[in-house]
Design a protein around this ligand. Structure first.
Ligand code: SF4
Length: 947
């Protein structure tokens, strides 16, 4: 430790601490305008100058390292005079309109000027920068307020990695600009708004805040972002009950002050006029029930061709809708048995909603036919990591990524699907970590990669096996870890002997030398510069992966390969290591944890385990629970088509866009006797429903969600729900009470009687061992990571530190196989699907956000230049993509982001639904996940028509 004195206070700090950091930690304020704790010291504003005994001139404290015995003074009259002069100079080139400025009360320049007794400049000069750039709907740039602190430039480079802006010009013409002053939309800007967040003045302002009031007129409320699985906390500024803008806060445990475009600008969907505000019943059912006189028939045309409006439905009272749902479900159970009913719970809903939904399916209906979109994204993570580690979740915390020495990213377009996690990756790379990207697409992070292995779709498993082959032959394996912590190594190891890099190169298209380099970097945690924060000789390497790995017919095998790789190198159970599946939706982790799966009760207790089943049944006060695993999502649709499933209850899911082979999905849903959809909009699935129930959105809810790193966080309602929309958990309780009555089952009053979401979680944690210590009252702003077995347990950020969840880590033998549907003469290209930065899942919310839709209004397919030229497709021109299951027409984006022979299409677009093309016949045998990532397609340039 270093001992120094600041303003006559003796302080002790660690090596590498700056004087500014030491002062701030001790509560001593040193004014500064260009410093940000997450950015490298800049020293540009000079406001943070301090005097140090023995030094002739004041020094900027932001870049001054503490030294033993240093004596520092921060507030002398000399310093204050110099600071006054600095502020005076800044004000001389700044409009003095604090009275009318929208940033008034929230502006650092104004605050420090007032603190130093300055309300105007002593200089008599004109403001030199007068440019006002109003080129996007998210924020405005008013250069006359800019003090050239450079924070926006540095956050864009050091945190986001977009490098969209720089300081250009000289002297009085200096300004922050895009290259050639092009519009933001034409630059590499990703519209995350983090530059706006760190701007100390009114130079960058959220557009929605302009002219809407000063900071002191606003109230603030925070909740957890409802989009991806990162789980950022967002602070919303409100005026008269309406959201004005969103921001991050330093206290947020995952994201701190930083957000992505969806979190910062994607909240206006909640006020859309298209929100569902009353329960609806389809006209033919309403006629059948005598609610309306005229008969009506569901149009036979596909909902994807013609959106069916609310006029296909009749609004009804809640009582009527709930009675219809309960009576129809009861009738189905009586006539066809409990397994003729199936339910989709939701990764967008809270833990409490999911817990009650599976309770309804299991206890009241009596079926395990419950699943959700986790089946379609990370079910192979659960099976693969349970087989090897014993727990199917992210092993380490998101914040540890910044300290990793080597990061291996595969099958994850992190910068677009989990942007705030990519900020951690950028931080690590800027500090000297190596980055290995293994992906078929040249994803944005490939630009920052030390090694980019552009692999043939479906052939990554050969690269991983070959990396292990190289590691073993070079003696880079961690023999001690393997001997002490694992089992099955000897049997496994023979399976990698054949996978020399030259062999893998032929299968994967990745050069053998790249495979060898990647193996060494990962195994030994090699950095490209700087020193590790960890003391061991072997650096710390972490693996991040997502659906490029899991949405495969061999997803479980690929996940197990990654787990084997990490165990072989001892890169698990320590900080900044591990195997980290990045979960897609905001609560996909929680929906799985709380039992939204056909084979697991809450807490991953197998439904086939009689003891566990009896424990849960006893806690609920029911005689028995169903003992057979239920149907998965894809199996449900097949069973609906076959007439074996007769009724479905879908909460917050949209299988009519998200499931594979949509033609079959639509046929299955149309075949049902009863389809109940509970949602916030009349989604493509809701348009096929018999009954539609209006639910509250994530901005209107309380309860909890569990992010991808297993952190359970508290949601708080920001807005009131529109019309008669209700929180999902309340709707489920109302249906449960009525359904039990309709089935003639007597229950204890408390079975469906909860006064709050906190009471629901209290019941849930009693039957969920990994959540047992988690109460809403304990969560605060930081949340808790499971496992959290007791009420005084602090949570578990890193798994498998001493032993694996299953005891010893298991080296699972790997069977490498090719994808189920490969290109042939008829369909010569591979289609791979995924997400775009500005949209989320099936676009229900983001496509109703004005800002996000402006940035990415319609679908497009990425096509390699060579393929486009050969087929005659031009950039931004139309293209038809056809597979054996259907065809879609969209816009082409021609370039080299995908290699020749590969086409990419995001699955958000109802007018170009990627899942009309994907296949549902090849499922991973263990996880039952379909192979979304690979199917064979052909491209056509549509003939020009007259119209
Ligand atoms: Fe929301 Fe994910 Fe963006 Fe964070 S990274 S703001 S959780 S969408």
């Amino acid at each position: 430790m270093i001992t120094l004195t600041i303003d006559e206070r003796a302080l002790q700090v660690g090596p590498g601490t700056t004087v500014l950091q030491a002062a701030q930690a001790a509560g001593i304020e040193i004014p500064n305008l260009c410093h940000h704790p997450e950015l490298r010291p800049n020293g540009g504003c000079r406001l943070c100058i301090v005097e140090v005994e023995g030094r002739p001139s004041p020094l900027p404290s932001c870049g001054l390292l503490c030294d033993e015995g240093m004596v520092v003074s921060t507030q002398s009259e000399r310093l204050q005079e110099m600071r006054r002069e600095i502020i005076d100079l800044l004000l001389s080139d700044h409009p003095l309109r604090c009275v009318t400025c929208d940033k008034s009360g929230d502006c650092d320049l104004q605050r420090f000027a007032y603190d130093l007794g300055l309300s105007e400049t002593s200089y008599d000069v004109e403001v030199s920068r007068t440019l006002y750039q109003d080129d996007n709907p998210m924020f405005v740039r008013d250069h006359q307020y800019c003090i050239l602190c450079g924070k926006c430039v540095r956050v864009c480079d050091e945190i986001v990695g977009a490098s969209a802006i720089e300081i250009s010009g000289r002297g009085f013409t200096s300004r922050v600009s895009t290259p050639f002053d092009m519009p933001m939309a034409d630059s590499t800007c990703v519209f995350c708004g983090n530059c706006v967040q760190v701007c100390p003045t009114a130079a960058l302002m959220p557009r929605s805040r302009i002219g809407q009031g000063r900071e002191w007129e606003l109230t603030h409320k925070d909740t957890v972002c409802g989009y991806c699985g990162v789980g950022c906390r967002i602070d919303f500024a409100l005026r008269d009950g309406a959201i004005l803008y969103a921001r991050g806060t330093p206290q947020a445990p995952v994201n701190g002050e930083f957000l992505c475009a969806k979190g910062r600008y994607g909240w206006d969907y909640a006020a859309s006029a298209e929100r569902l505000t009353r329960p609806l019943i389809r006209r033919d059912l309403a006629h059948q029930l005598g609610l309306i006189p005229q008969p009506w028939e569901m149009p036979a045309t596909s909902v994807l061709d013609a959106r069916l409006g609310e006029d296909c439905f009749v609004p009804v009272e809640w009582e009527t809708a709930l009675d219809v749902v309960a009576n129809r479900l009861a009738q189905t159970v009586r006539e066809h048995g409990p397994d003729s009913v199936a339910g989709l719970t939701s990764a967008r809903c809270t833990n409490e909603d999911n817990y009650l939904f599976q309770k309804l399916m299991r206890a009241s209906i009596g079926t395990n036919n419950i699943d959700h979109c986790a089946r379609l994204c990370h079910s192979s993570t659960v099976s693969g990591l349970v087989n090897t580690f014993g727990s199917g979740a992210m092993t380490n915390a998101i914040r540890e990524i910044r300290d990793a020495d080597c990061i291996l990213i595969t099958g994850s377009n992190t910068a677009e699907s989990h942007p705030v996690i990519s900020y951690e990756v950028i931080r690590a790379v800027k500090r000297g970590a190596t980055l290995i990207v293994i992906d078929p697409r040249r994803i944005p992070l490939a630009r920052h990669a030390t090694l980019f292995l552009q692999v043939t779709p479906g052939a990554d498993i050969y690269v991983f096996l070959s990396m292990m082959n190289v590691i073993l032959r070079n003696g880079w394996a961690d023999a001690e870890f393997i001997a002490e912590r694992t089992e099955g190594f000897e049997e496994f190891v023979t399976g990698v002997e054949d996978f020399r890099p030259q062999v893998a190169a032929l299968a994967s298209g990745v050069a053998a030398e790249l495979i060898e380099k990647a193996a060494e970097m990962y195994a030994l945690g090699r950095r490209h510069q700087g020193s590790s924060v960890y003391p061991e000789e072997r650096g710390h390497s972490t693996i991040l992966y997502a659906m490029g790995v899991t949405q495969r017919s061999i997803g479980t095998q690929v996940v197990m390969s990654l787990a084997n790789l990490s165990m072989m190198c001892g890169q698990v159970g320590k900080p900044s290591t591990g195997v980290n599946p990045l979960r897609g939706q905001s609560n996909v982790q929680g929906a799985c944890d709380l039992g939204g799966l056909p084979n697991y009760l809450p807490g991953y207790q197998l439904v086939t385990d009689e003891t566990k089943r009896k424990d849960v049944a006893a806690a609920w006060g029911v005689q028995t629970l169903p003992a057979e695993s239920g149907l998965t999502v894809v199996e449900m649709m097949h069973a609906a088509e076959a007439g074996n499933v007769r009724a479905m209850y879908v909460m917050g899911e949209n299988p009519m866009l998200s499931d594979p082979n949509l033609t079959h999905v639509e046929h299955g849903l149309r075949t049902l006797d009863l389809l109940v959809v509970q949602d916030i909009f009349l989604s493509e699935t809701a348009q096929l429903a018999h009954v539609v129930l209006p639910a509250a959105s994530w901005l209107e809810k309380d309860g909890t969600k569990t992010n991808t790193e297993r952190r359970v966080q508290q949601l708080r309602p920001i807005l009131p729900s529109p019309g008669e929309a209700q929180p999902d958990w309340k709707i489920i309780c109302s249906i449960g009470q009525r359904l039990d009555q309709a089935l003639g089952v007597a229950r204890a009053p408390e079975f469906w009687d909860f006064g709050s979401s906190a009471e629901v979680l209290d019941e849930a944690r009693r039957v969920t061992p990994i959540y047992r210590g988690i109460r809403q009252a304990r969560l605060g702003t930081q949340g808790l990571t499971w496992p959290c077995p007791t009420e005084d347990h602090p949570g578990t950020p890193i798994l498998h530190t001493q032993t694996f969840s299953r005891g010893k880590g298991h080296f699972a033998p790997i069977e490498a196989q090719s994808p189920a549907e490969l290109p042939d003469d008829d369909y010569p290209l591979i289609l791979t699907t995924g997400r775009s930065l500005y949209h989320y899942h099936t676009g229900t919310m983001t496509r109703r956000s004005e800002a996000l839709s402006w940035r990415d209004p319609r679908g497009h397919a990425e096509i390699n230049t060579a393929d486009a030229e050969r087929i005659g497709i031009r950039d931004a021109g139309p293209v038809v993509i056809a597979s054996r299951r259907g065809q879609v027409r969209t816009q082409a984006r021609v370039g080299n982001r995908v290699p020749p022979g590969v086409v990419f299409l995001a699955f958000h677009w109802r007018e170009a639904p990627a899942n009309l093309l994907t296949q549902d016949f090849a499922l991973d045998p263990q996880a039952k996940i379909p192979e979304f990532k690979i199917c064979a397609v052909k491209l056509e340039a549509p003939k020009r028509g007259r119209g």
